[in-house]
Design a protein around this ligand. Structure first.
Ligand code: DC
Length: 223
């Protein structure tokens, strides 16, 4: 089954997703990495990021793949590049372009189909748009201050003050949740988990409970 993990930046989606995938013995997909790869392609080509057709052409000209937790562009790892400040700044405008999203969503759906529709997928619109029929949908939340404190340990944020990280998270939250195409929001049937007072193990355990419940439900429906 597809397990959709959505929520804002810095909430711990990646860590939770990786642990869940390991516990369940399935692959995981970080869809933020696919938008970051599209952004690298756009920046490489030097096109105006507001020129949707040009950005789409630049993105389509490159092959975006995701293997064993590593994002690849034309077969080469761009893991470090995707976390650079330039890409983090440019990813919001690029991921707001509807035709670019359509292209990237197709890559995401194909990736999951290649794995027999069994994966943990994290992002912003997985439960609402990419896999609206996912039997488990989780929306993780935490205040910007708590997310910034967590992110302060990441390499991406190593040179930044916590106040700068809060400002960056707030900027991206605003851009992601107010854009017209697939804004960041919980699906109507998502389970919201406020992770502010929880550690990773508790969050993973809560989602695994939801997976068990969904499996029982699927067995009941089959019989
Ligand atoms: O999860 P992340 O910080 O790597 O995501 C980078 C950006 O990609 C984020 O600011 C919004 C965009 N994104 C998106 O629009 N839809 C997704 N499913 C995942 C990420």
């Amino acid at each position: 089954m597809v397990i959709a993990i959505d929520g804002p930046g810095g909430v711990g989606k990646s860590t939770v997703t990786r642990r869940l995938a390991k516990a369940l013995g399935v692959d995981f997909l970080d869809t933020g990495a696919t938008y970051r790869a599209a952004t690298v392609a756009a920046l490489d080509s030097g096109v105006d990021l507001a020129d949707e057709a040009a950005v789409l052409a630049a993105v389509r000209a490159r092959e975006i793949a995701y293997e064993d937790g590593v994002i690849l562009l034309d077969g080469v790892s761009i893991a470090a590049e995707t976390r650079s400040e330039a890409v983090t700044k440019a990813v919001s405008p690029v991921s707001a372009l509807p035709t670019v999203r359509e292209h990237i969503v197709q890559i995401q759906r194909d990736w999951v189909a290649e794995r027999g529709d069994s994966a943990v997928v994290e992002g912003r619109d997985i439960g609402t748009v990419v896999f609206p029929d996912a039997p488990v949908k989780v929306f993780l939340t935490a205040s910007a201050e708590i997310r910034a404190a967590r992110r302060a340990g990441d390499a991406e944020a190593a040179n930044l003050q916590v106040s700068e990280i809060v400002a960056d998270l707030n900027r991206r939250d605003h851009a992601d949740s107010t854009r017209e195409a697939s804004p960041l929001r919980p699906a109507d049937d998502a389970v919201e988990i406020d992770t502010g007072a929880m550690d990773i193990e508790e969050v993973v355990a809560a989602v695994l409970d939801l997976v068990s419940a969904a499996r029982r439900q699927a067995i009941c429906e089959d019989s």
